[in-house]
Design a binder for this molecule. Structure first.
Ligand SMILES: NC(=O)c1ccc[n+]([C@@H]2O[C@H](COP(=O)([O-])OP(=O)(O)OC[C@H]3O[C@@H](n4cnc5c(N)ncnc54)[C@H](OP(=O)(O)O)[C@@H]3O)[C@@H](O)[C@H]2O)c1
Length: 325
């Protein structure tokens, strides 16, 4: 089978595509023929060896995929061979085959093709839980979404709009803000050229937003926290900026703010009911026509370019590898 390979930590430009032996599933595992795999920011971090969890060399990167069940391992009774499935792993998805524990597979929401199924779960579930499960966002509230043209950000804009929230998108250029406007954002702040706190307050009638969704971190986090109104909620989701922000706690005290975090990798263990509710809500939105924003599809041979574009902030929405071409 063909697979992307990381043989040395560093920039994604060093990734290559090689021929490897086919895989077999062990006990409790399933072999999936991968049709499409989405690029996520942590894939870049794993290749650079700067993710929380290291991947020993050599390894095949890729953490999110959609495909078809090809073989069940000992002790596994389903899903049947031939079923469409999607899943998330730490590594291994940028390959024609991946072996995963059966528990990590999920059904493909009805109506999604393989490319959109691969691009859906990580960003949309993260955005939903950040907005609703943790952020407690409700219709009519203002929500500021940072990195609003990125994977998590665009999903958050899309879902918040569908739930009747009023979105202030924040991104690094007018062109990127336009992406968020098309997904339903009511207003935008170019946080490179404008003051995020001042502009967000102006756009919300002087009071500030009720909720912040922050997958970016860095200096934007404190500015966004300062753009909250009294009693507002701040959800920290990721640090695409590279710098983990340190927040002066007096800001939290002075306005009675709530700061919470969300992590998709562990939510299923500690909040299974919330996961089931989110999956139902997201499936209903897909039935209503919601689709992740896929801005580019590369063949597997384009893996280095695909990850480099994500690392260098050139992409909007999701970038997907098509393993069938
Ligand atoms: N907590 C969770 O469960 C969870 C789940 C998924 C992802 N994440 C994390 O959330 C973050 C965003 O993920 P994503 O999939 O949305 O990534 P993405 O598609 O690459 O988007 C990240 C956005 O961050 C902004 N950004 C600001 N500074 C940047 C920099 N130095 N390099 C790259 N981007 C920068 C960019 O928008 P502008 O150019 O407009 O600023 C970009 O669109 C990552 O840290 C990821 O690990 C967390």
């Amino acid at each position: 089978m063909r697979a992307a390979r990381c043989t040395e930590y560093g920039s994604p430009g060093g990734l290559s595509v090689v021929e490897l032996d086919g895989l077999r599933p062990g006990p409790g595992e399933v072999l999936v023929h991968v049709h499409a795999a989405a690029v996520n920011f942590p894939d870049v971090l794993l290749v650079a060896n700067s993710y929380q969890v290291p991947a020993p060399l050599p390894f095949t990167p890729g953490s999110e995929f959609a495909g078809v069940v090809a073989e069940l391992g000992p002790g596994v009774s389903g899903p049947p061979v031939g079923s469409p499935v999607a899943g998330a792993v730490l590594t291994g998805a940028f390959a024609e085959q991946v072996v995963v524990p059966v528990a990590s597979l999920r059904q493909v929401p009805e109506g999604l093709d393989m490319v959109h199924a691969a691009a859906f779960h990580v960003t949309y579930a993260t955005a939903y839980h950040s907005l609703v499960t943790v952020g407690r966002g409700t219709a009519g509230e203002w929500v500021a979404v940072l990195g609003a043209a990125g994977g998590v950000g665009s999903a958050a804009v899309d879902i918040a709009t569908r739930l009747g929230m009023r979105v202030v998108a924040a991104a690094s250029s007018q062109q990127r803000l336009m992406v968020a406007r098309k997904l339903g954002a009511e207003a935008g702040v170019d946080y490179v050229h404008e003051d995020l706190k001042v502009r967000t307050r102006e756009l919300t009638g002087g009071e500030g937003v009720h909720l912040v969704i922050d997958p970016v971190g860095g200096d934007h986090a404190e500015a966004a926290l300062r753009a909250l109104r009294r009693g507002g909620r701040f959800v920290t989701v990721g640090y695409a900026d590279g710098k983990i922000p340190r927040i002066p706690l007096n800001l939290v005290l002075l306005k009675d703010l709530v700061v919470r975090g969300f992590e998709i990798r562990t939510v299923r263990q500690y909040a299974p009911d919330a996961v089931a509710a989110a999956d139902r809500a997201l499936a209903a939105m897909v039935r209503d026509g919601m689709r992740p924003l896929v801005s580019r599809v590369h063949p597997l041979a384009g893996v280095a370019t695909a990850l480099t574009d994500v690392a260098e902030r050139r992409t909007t929405g999701k970038v997907v590898l098509d393993l069938t071409s």
